[in-house]
Write a protein that binds this ligand. Structure first.
Ligand code: GAP
Length: 462
């Protein structure tokens, strides 16, 4: 069977990610560990650059948002208050023939039938029943499934459990980072000089027992979130919500994503407390899918934590003396999904005359390596020494890589695949005139620049 173009593009991105050290399957030497991935040497740089851009946009460039780094482990009561223990689930069905476990809403979607993970068990089972004839197991083709049931996604641990009875003393790895923000609301109000409206931003790991984890790093069981909760006066939330929608959409444009590859998806099935929920979707090789959620959550979160903790989480407005439980506008993005979106956007296969190349046209703020520095020949100490001295100087300001392996053409191709915007070559002429060749990744044009001018040149570029 011929592979679809979109599948081929995805395979090529996965292959490049592995080949060039961006993403490795977890525990690979032990045959892997489903739905968990590791970031390799270039992947960690790219992920860090994404996080840096988000942190800068959400904290440094604003005077109304402060940061937080709360712990992964929290009181289990938090997950009861938030509704996760009872309601954080996806619909699960099992193929009776091959015993594959499948997420029911995704299975229905594969056969063109609309379903939503937020639908109740009865509603989704009715749709399932009505369309039974059309649906086949993607693994064995059978048409015999168990009825859908809600499967809780919280990951339990045995932290602090000395009885071994998991049902009595469950502790959880956090299923979303924002709960750590809600429970620190009072601490932040008491210590930072913040006044409503203001936000708290956090980046950190979250864990979910995802039923089906496919599509590479799009849906994993361990992942990182970049979440911001914006606390506002009741009645003012929808105006802030609209502003945040615009701000967050522009964030992705600033990362170099084309507007035609982004779109909004409005949620029709809202959880009971939500006022409005939109997703920013990216046109991944497998279609438009959620990249980030922007949600108007009402005052549900702080109300619940007030109720369950017995602590007053209301806010006293210092100018009007009004007391109220703030409403929340949330922006919630995934590091892995943004990573996959920027990789998909940047990945290009180009034909150059008789030759071809793969290039990652990453924006220079995201590129893992900004400048690669090559001595023309590895076995000429005077060239290596000169190249080292250029590397030692430039690395103080930018993430650089020194490479003296193989011929220059191959070194260029390697850096193109990593997405390095500039390569510098030190040759015999450099020893005479102090000039190096600077090669541009996108145009592949080369120019000679004096070593003394390099810092000025790159300061203007980056
Ligand atoms: N606090 C709200 C919240 O967690 P969500 O829609 O469940 O909302 C927000 O998750 C974002 O986190 C998603 O848009 C996605 O980018 C990322 N995300 C969620 N589950 C994920 C998973 N299993 N693997 C990778 N990223 C995930």
């Amino acid at each position: 069977m011929q592979k679809k173009e979109t599948d081929k593009k995805m395979d090529n991105i996965v292959s490049l990610a592995k080949r060039r050290g961006f993403v490795f399957p977890s525990s690979e030497i032990y045959d892997g560990f489903t739905a968990v991935y590791d970031f390799g040497p270039y992947g960690v740089e790219l992920a860090n650059n994404i996080k840096k851009e988000w942190w800068k946009a959400m904290t440094q460039l604003r005077d109304d948002i402060v940061g937080l780094d709360s712990a992964i482990f929290m009181s289990p009561k938090i997950w009861e208050a938030s509704g996760h223990v009872k309601g954080f689930s996806d619909p699960l069905t099992e193929c009776r023939k091959c015993h594959s476990r499948l997420r029911l809403d995704s299975l229905l979607e594969e056969f063109g039938i609309f379903a939503d993970e937020k639908m109740g068990e009865d509603e989704i089972n009715k749709i399932f029943e009505d369309n039974k004839q059309k649906i086949k197991c993607p693994n064995c083709g059978a048409q015999d499934f168990t009825p859908g049931r809600n499967f809780n996604l919280l990951v339990q641990s045995n932290l602090g459990n000395f009885t071994g009875d998991w049902s009595k003393e469950p502790t959880y790895l956090r299923g979303e980072t924002c709960q750590g923000i809600y429970v620190n609301f009072k601490n932040v109000i008491d210590t930072a000089r913040v006044k409503i409206p203001f936000g708290i931003a956090q980046i950190g790991k979250a864990f979910r027992n995802e039923i089906t984890a496919r599509q590479f790093i799009f849906r994993t069981r361990e992942f990182e979130q970049m979440e911001m909760q914006y606390f506002v006066k009741p009645g003012e939330d929808m105006a802030h919500f609209e502003k945040w929608r615009e701000t967050r959409f522009n964030f992705y444009l600033n990362l170099g994503i084309k507007p035609e590859n982004l779109k909004w998806h409005k949620h029709e099935n809202l959880v009971f407390y939500a006022k409005e929920a939109y997703d920013i979707e990216y046109n991944f090789p497998f279609g438009f899918k959620e990249l980030e959620g922007v949600h108007a959550r009402g005052n549900y979160d702080l109300t619940q934590h007030s109720k369950f903790s017995g602590k007053d989480l209301s806010y006293l407005d210092p100018t009007t003396n009004e007391k109220f439980i703030p409403h929340i506008v949330e922006t919630s993005a995934g590091v892995g999904r943004t990573f996959l979106a920027v990789l998909s956007e940047a990945y290009k296969e180009e034909v150059i005359g008789e030759d071809s190349r793969i290039v990652l046209a990453l924006s220079s703020k995201l590129a893992p390596i900004k400048i690669a520095i090559f001595p023309l020949l590895k076995n000429k100490p005077e060239l290596v020494e000169k190249a080292r001295s250029v590397f030692d100087e430039l690395k103080k300001d930018w993430r650089c890589e020194f490479d003296d392996n193989g011929n220059i053409g191959k070194r260029y191709r390697r850096q193109d695949e990593i997405g390095t915007p500039y390569c510098l070559t030190i040759d015999f002429d450099t020893l005479e005139n102090e000039e190096v060749t600077v090669r541009d990744r996108d145009t592949m044009e080369q120019q000679r620049i004096k070593i003394s001018e390099l810092k000025k040149f790159f300061s203007e570029k980056f």
